[in-house]
Design a protein around this ligand. Sequence first.
Ligand code: PRX
Length: 649
Amino acid sequence: MPTIEDFYSEEREIAPAEEFARQALVTDRSLYEAGEDYESFWEAQAKSLVSWREGWSRVLDWQLPFAKWFVGGKLNVSYNCLDRHVEAGLGDRVAFHWEGEPGDTRTITYADLLGDVCRFANGLKSLGVSKGDRVAIYMPMIPELPVAMLACARIGAAHSVVFGGFSSEALADRINDAKSEVVITADGGWRRGKPIDLKANVDIALESTPTVKHCVVAKRTNTPVSMVEGRDVLFEEVMSGQDGVCEPEWMDSEDLLFLLYTSGTTAKPKGIMHTTGGYLTQVAFTHKYVFDLHPKNDVYWCAADIGWVTGHSYIVYGPLANAATSVMYEGTPDFPDKDRWWSIVERYKVTKLYAAPTAIRTFMKWGEQFPKSHDLSSLKLLGSVGEPINPEAWMWYYEVIGGGRCPVVDTWWQTETGGIMISPLPGVTTLKPGSATFPLPGIGAEVVDDNGATVTKGGGYLTLTHPWPAMLRGIYGDSERYKQTYWSRFEGRYFAGDGAKVDDDGFLWLLGRIDDVMNVSGHRISTTEVESALVDFPSVAEAAVVGASDDTTGQAIVAFVTLKAGEPSSGDKGEEIRTHVAQKIGAIARPKTIIFTDELPKTRSGKIMRRLLADVANGRDLGDTTTLADPAVVEEIRNRAGSGSSDEG
Ligand code: PRX
């Protein structure tokens, strides 16, 4: 019996369009060939994409599972993201077209950003922050956020950004784990037309964080905040009167650049450690080649939040290292209306858009009329990250948003990997809707079975076979947990919990988290494939499946399904959908029960929380709901499941 079964077959293939390939950075296999010797490959990238104060004595020191890249090299990340571009005459280039949710805008050039970062860096020093400290940042998506991150990088303090949607308790845990002495926040941020308090949360957190000496508060919503004398100080006051010049601290390649906590669902959050030289090399490389960046002409928009790794690597460090012009947007996609993103694309003439499948499926649900009411012809490439993208969602993105002319790059990576690992290179890779295709040059990835043997066709566990420059260097304060979590399942390989399959042509298809795999009559079925078959049904926008215990089959598949706007769930819809799944991928994968729902429970970063749905499907008490974006959604689903609107068969 295979480790995970392979049911879904996708026949569509899309080769790079001639017009795209003509202008693309990569149009042949030479980078892949160079990547076969991964050490010398990454050395060449580090030389060409990053400016070093001092060179390294060794490319890689690998003491499994501890890696050091560019050993002895010295550099500063903020110098690489700012000064060197200004020195090269690009001071007037726009770094960020920033747009607030209420509609206010700011245009920030590289010269502006450098000045602000230097002033704020000097201000942080005046508060006593120095090299090696850890600074907590809890902010909305305002320009002060990248300024704060880059200022930390400039003076050699590591930042620990905590997503602004997290609770005061989550914030306090992270401050305490990192022993931060300074917290940078704002009075609040705008969300769906309302001010959301942040400083008030910080005040609660700071009751239980003995290490914190100062709290810096940026003004955004102008909501009144309480300021503790001697501890709290306004962002603008920290900057005012400071010199616009601040000599960067020259850091060792392996000095800590940042911590980013991954919210384990049950256990204590893990402080993922990322260091300086290797991280910057890989994010600059991947940002340039995966998005086929032409920094003079492109307007690039990564629509994630900087509070997640996607924002760290592909709003802040990758794009700025490459002197790109980005859009940064503060708010939700449905304010004031459901066409906000498309209005942004049209107004700034966005050329490259990087978004999550959850957003794409939400747009599918809302309907084509919203993107269709705007001119999206500036777009040249679309990216996807964060979850498997179902083939139908991929096709919708490709056709409705990209007008059938923009390659879609599905990028697989993790907080732990720091940068993109598996992705097409859009000028050369033939695409298959729903596949992340192949490991990037210089990256080693393989699917293995339960015994660790390589799978060349079919499903199994996705592993990484050798170190890569942006890899996590550990879990802050817990090297044992680092070894156990990532390096113990398969000898000499990194494994972080995803299933994947390899098809006849060697393409990789991500199958979701291993913990979510269902066992139906002894068949190990991935949630992703059943969900893709469900989303393939024309009126279905989004679906999540889980296993419910079943006397006959061990587990039975329960599907939670969201329909596109205006589609009724009445009549035989449930039965039609079940039949469709059976036809598409096989009778064994036919859901036993379909439950229609308006929304699915998601984490704040937009991932479907199947664990909670499994609790509902199995009639258990709900587990931990602290990471849930909207707790009301599960209650609603529970009521529907309980009131028999399911379609038993
Ligand atoms: O399960 C995979 C899924 O997201 C996980 C990593 O989550 P996080 O650390 O929050 O980082 C998200 C941004 C990189 C992975 O283990 N994932 C991420 N990208 C993809 C994906 N699953 C399928 N396809 C992807 N492109």
